[in-house]
Design a protein around this ligand. Structure first.
Ligand code: ACO
Length: 319
């Protein structure tokens, strides 16, 4: 049987750091409010000339180096993003060009904060089906560009960044199980509803959110998904060594950990200094923990993400 396995990880965070104190000078908020409600202390903001594909490229080069894989060996690129450089071409095609390679499939997936779970599951299916042997899977975002910086309810939550993994075909897992879900009935509780028509922006191009509805939905959906994923793999929470969750809110993460009876020192937390980087948050957390030497070969990791759509997804893997 053919599986896919993560052979290397990489990430990139823009240079500029925006602290809660910086935000408190712009809007009516405080470090105390932001930290107690979300766990976020600071986030990175891309420079005006830095595009999603630039962030993706830096994360990808780091992932390729850690995997010991040359760009010329890649035969699939999947980029998860809701903030691509432009309407088209895709960030994945632009990334392909920036990496100096061509001739194989490259495309974006758009599942907001669940984007990396969707991209990883897609690439895993390509590898299992024999359509790719060495896939580059990236989550990259510049959410700072779709925020209303006068709206304290949302501007304190997000940051920019990118994370990437190299997935290689393998005789053994690797990725054991992925699960993807969506429920479009909840599309209005978290959205950036603007579009472009006739040379103009139609609707609002800023992110808006019903924070409490999102919170309630996320807590329930992530707990159910974690259990379903483990059940489908014939495993229990006791088999898990690490949870690498989407980094939106420490209270949502604590609730998932509690459901899994996992102590918080087995949960990778990066949101304090990344904020919510949407599709980039899981691969950023994965790379930071991998580089810190946290994961040992053979350990079991659960990745989980949820966001606008609503869309959510998981991956269970052996490191
Ligand atoms: N600073 C100070 N006060 C604020 C701020 C802020 N940044 N934002 C909101 N408030 C105020 C509100 O105006 C409100 O004041 P009022 O009572 O005078 O009207 C008060 O704080 C309480 O507002 P709530 O929205 O009820 O605050 P809540 O405790 O729900 O916390 C939060 C808000 C942090 C957004 C929470 O609902 C949450 O974490 N929701 C999940 C959202 C999330 O994680 N989104 C990320 C994207 S989705 C995803 O990735 C899963």
């Amino acid at each position: 049987m053919l599986y896919s396995r993560i052979a290397g990880t990489g990430s990139y965070l823009p240079e500029q750091i925006l602290t809660n104190a910086d935000l408190a000078r712009r809007v009516d908020t405080s470090d105390e409010w932001i930290v107690s409600r979300t766990g976020i202390h600071s986030r990175h903001i891309a420079a005006p000339d830095e595009m999603t594909s630039d962030l993706a490229c830096k994360a990808s080069l780091a992932a390729l180096e850690s995997a010991g894989v040359a760009a010329s060996e890649i035969d699939l690129i999947v980029v998860a993003t809701s903030t691509p450089d432009m309407i088209f071409p895709s960030a994945a095609c632009i990334l392909q060009d920036k990496l100096g390679v061509h001739g194989f499939p490259a495309f974006d997936v758009q599942a907001v904060c669940a984007g990396f779970a969707y991209a990883l599951a897609t690439a895993d299916q390509f590898v299992r089906g024999g359509m790719a042997k060495t896939a580059l899977v990236v989550g990259a975002e510049v959410f700072s560009r779709i925020l209303d910086w006068n709206d304290r309810r949302t501007c304190v939550l997000f940051g920019d960044g990118a994370g990437a993994v190299v997935l290689k075909a393998s005789d053994e897992p690797g990725i054991i199980m992925t699960k993807l879900k969506a429920d479009g009935r909840y599309r209005d509780i978290l959205a950036t509803p603007g579009g472009v028509a006739n040379g103009e922006v139609v609707g609002t191009p800023f992110l808006h959110m019903d924070g409490q509805a999102v919170f309630r939905f996320a807590v329930k959906a992530l707990a159910e998904l974690a259990s379903e994923t483990l059940d489908a793999a014939g495993m229990t929470a006791a088999d898990l060594d690490w949870l690498v969750p989407h980094q939106a809110n420490v209270r949502i993460i604590e609730s998932t950990a509690k459901h899994l009876h996992l102590s918080m020192d087995k949960v990778i937390l990066t949101l304090a200094h990344h904020g919510n980087t949407s599709a980039a948050s899981i691969p950023l957390a994965l790379d930071e923990a991998a580089r810190a030497g946290k994961f040992k070969r053979g350990e079991h990791l659960m990745l989980e993400g949820i966001g606008g759509g609503f869309a959510w997804g998981s991956a269970l893997l052996r490191w």
